[in-house]
Design a protein around this ligand. Structure first.
Ligand code: SF4
Length: 306
């Protein structure tokens, strides 16, 4: 392809076909897009290294959840952070390959025998995601559905993890789905995995719902003031309820008011967050107006995850 980048993972994609220039419609640079693809390729390598391992472990799961979430639309354009995540993914793979393999007759076990230390190198190499973008359109579309579904599911899994919730079926499926992207596939062989993404995603959403309501109570309809009161205040934006809770605890009795912005607005509906009297209301409008609305407010802003 004679393109500087290729990304078509969101509805804003250029010409409803793909962002291919120096930057995407969202502002993502070609270098960031390249690094994100490299990170996905590294995670596929990690998932391959975990094939046949009975319990890859929380470190592997967390690395994959963080990595997939990092590559989701508009989550991180921080190239250094993405490079660090690639290095972390490689370290996890090396650690996994150096550990004894337990149970299960996956490809890695066949190649390595009793010890992962001798696993076949090409079995666990990083995957070149550029191969995916050049595939037959039907195969590319099905594999993209799997990849984008995993990325979205990782956002839910990450937020649940921040509240201490995790699910082995969901975690294992992140690895299964990543491996599927690198395999030779047909429409017939890929469709069941695409459907499985939807099924496991429901499990993941239920886990996040249970984590949110178990921690902060069942949301109820409430009125949210839109007026900023006199005095010092902090604005918090993004989705991370745990970050908001920590901020509310740290500002108890300090005379500093807290205002949500954009996607943090629903936090007011949770009783265990609403109980803090300094959570006063909502400032501004939606996330896409952050730069404009935050340009000259006389207050610190806490940006949390997408
Ligand atoms: S995430 Fe950005 S670069 Fe990718 S398709 Fe959407 S607008 Fe284009």
């Amino acid at each position: 392809m004679d393109q500087k980048m290729f990304c078509y993972q969101c509805e804003q994609t250029a010409g409803c076909a793909g962002c291919t220039g120096s930057t995407g419609v969202c502002g993502k640079t070609a270098e960031t897009a390249r690094l994100q693809d490299q990170l996905v390729g590294a995670m596929i390598g990690l998932a391959r290294a975990a094939e046949g391992v009975e319990c890859p472990g929380d470190r592997v799961y967390r690395t994959v959840i963080e990595g997939l979430f990092t590559t989701l639309t508009n989550v991180s354009f921080d190239d250094d952070a993405i490079r660090a995540q690639i290095e972390k993914t490689h370290r996890e793979k090396e650690r996994l390959l150096a550990a004894p393999v337990k149970k299960s007759a996956g490809p890695r076990e066949k190649a390595a025998g009793e010890s992962g230390a001798a696993a076949s190198v090409q079995d666990t190499d990083d995957y070149n995601l550029g191969l995916l973008w050049d595939m037959d359109p039907d195969i590319r579309s099905l594999k993209s559905l799997i990849l984008f579904g995993l990325k979205g599911m990782a956002a839910y899994a990450y937020h649940a993890l921040m509240l201490g919730a995790s699910d082995e079926t969901v975690n294992q499926f992140f690895l299964t789905g990543l491996r599927e992207i690198a395999k030779d596939g047909t429409v017939e062989s890929l469709l069941p995995t695409v459907l499985k993404v939807g099924e496991v995603n429901l499990t993941c959403m239920a886990m996040l719902d249970a984590a949110n309501t178990g921690t902060y109570g069942t949301p109820i309809p409430v009125s949210v003031p839109l007026v900023v009161e006199r005095g010092p205040f902090i604005v918090v934006t993004g989705h991370d309820l745990k970050d908001l809770e920590l901020l509310l605890k740290q500002t108890e009795g300090k005379g500093v008011n807290i205002y949500t912005h954009g996607e943090m607005l629903p936090a007011h509906a949770y009783p265990e967050l609403r109980k803090y009297p300094q959570l006063k209301g909502n400032f501004g409008t939606a996330w896409q107006n952050q730069q404009k609305e935050f340009a000259d407010i006389p207050a610190p802003i806490l940006f949390t995850t997408n």
